[in-house]
Design a protein around this ligand. Structure first.
Ligand code: NAD
Ligand code: DAU
Length: 337
């Protein structure tokens, strides 16, 4: 296969490329990434000499670039991760979210149709379905109506609709996965688990929004990569697959407390801060479709995945310390002041 992976220097995209080239060393990957604050070539150091990984620094909104990359490399599969991905930043400034997540997806779809790409897989999120009641048994499934509530999730919802429209109107062979909160190695330390671990190592408190009783569905990142693999190999064109973790409902506060305990500290590290506007109360994913139809289920439970993640951040201080630079401190001030 010849794949165009967008956003392959980000958290999930880089985990996916490492996973893919290990499992399918004969495949070729063209990795198009703008290297925003969230893109990091250090994630891909272990394959920097691999001739089957071609990194291109560029913007998915650049029509000519996207078109020539697909055409000149005879790309047959697009795996689209590139996005502005942090909800809090979408509240501070929605503009890049609208540009990259909506317009960028449109540019990729146009180029995919024009060059008759055989597969276009779009990576999306459970956030497009809004929020569930706390303590209910309800879960999101493939029939849940869209109800995005932040600029980030609204821009992702728009991109999902565009992808589906290009399938129906232009016959582009697409698949979409909507997955829950990923965690694991190479996650930028603005997302809550990576932020908590790195703050604790730095002897700093962990900001917990509002009452801390918000619930996310946690998925270890390599389990997500395995799901995308199965969708690319066995997924049905036009279908959507939900991908979620092996979590019981667990509050953010409990997640932080588990991390604190794993790191041998006490609960004085918890710092309640002002809530996120429009904060979705609870997410939960019903992933029976991908299990029954493609045979996927997560391998890591939450506690296992968390231990691996804490160990990884402890071992890779140089990787994340660089990212918590002056620019990050400016963001942190703005977000948490
Ligand atoms: P990330 O922020 O870590 O990485 C995004 C990558 O996209 C970065 O490398 C960045 O440089 C690149 N990028 C941004 N704008 C670009 C542009 N205009 N052109 C080219 N590259 C650009 O994000 P992530 O957490 O790895 O998320 C990847 C995808 O998965 C996103 O589409 C996100 O919506 C989706 N998703 C993420 C999660 C999660 O928990 N992280 C869960 C569900 C879905
Ligand atoms: O659900 C999938 C989504 O998960 C992806 O689509 C997004 O790209 C990804 O960023 C993630 O979004 P969240 O907003 O859920 O992730 P975040 O790590 O920012 O927050 C997780 C929960 O923790 C959420 O309820 C907000 C809370 N939180 C977050 C931060 C950054 C805190 O309590 N304190 C914090 O400092």
């Amino acid at each position: 296969m010849i794949l165009l992976v967008t956003g392959g220097a980000g958290f999930i995209g880089s985990n996916f490329i490492l996973y893919w080239l290990k499992k399918y060393p004969e495949d070729k990957i063209i990795n198009l990434d703008k290297l925003t604050y969230a893109g990091n070539l250090d994630n891909l150091k272990s394959i920097e000499k691999n001739p089957n990984h071609l990194f291109i620094k560029g913007d998915i909104c650049n029509r000519d670039l996207v078109n020539s990359l697909i055409k000149n490399n005879k790309v047959n599969t697009v795996v689209h991760f590139a996005a502005e991905s942090h909800v809090d930043r979408s509240i501070l400034d929605p503009a890049p979210f609208i540009k990259t997540n909506i317009e960028g997806t449109y540019v990729l779809l146009e180029a995919a149709v024009k060059n008759k790409v055989a597969k276009f897989h779009h990576i999306s999120t459970d956030e497009v379905f809004g929020t569930l009641e706390l303590n209910s048994k309800e879960k999101f499934n493939e029939k849940t109506p869209y109800d995005p509530r932040s600029p980030y999730s609204a821009s992702k919802a728009a991109s999902d609709h565009l992808v589906r429209a290009y399938h129906i109107t232009f016959g582009l062979p697409i698949t979409i996965s909507n997955c829950s909160n990923n965690f694991g190695p190479f996650q930028f330390p603005e997302k809550v688990i990576a932020l908590a671990i790195t703050n604790i190592i730095e002897d700093k408190k962990v900001p917990v929004y509002g009452d801390g009783l918000y619930v996310r569905d946690w998925l270890y990142v390599t389990d997500h990569c395995r799901a995308i693999d199965l969708i690319l190999k066995k997924g049905i064109s036009g279908e959507t697959y939900f991908v979620g973790g092996l979590t019981r409902d667990i509050s953010n506060l409990d997640v932080i407390k588990i991390i604190i305990k794993l790191m041998g500290k006490d609960e004085s590290f918890v710092q309640f801060v002002k809530d996120r506007p429009g904060h979705d109360r609870r997410y939960a994913i019903d992933w029976r479709k991908i299990k029954n139809e493609l045979g996927w289920s997560p391998k890591h439970d939450f506690d296992q995945g968390l231990k691996l993640t804490v160990e990884w951040y402890k071992k890779n201080l140089a990787w994340w310390k660089k990212l918590k630079n002056a620019k990050f401190q400016d963001y942190y001030q703005l977000q948490y002041a």
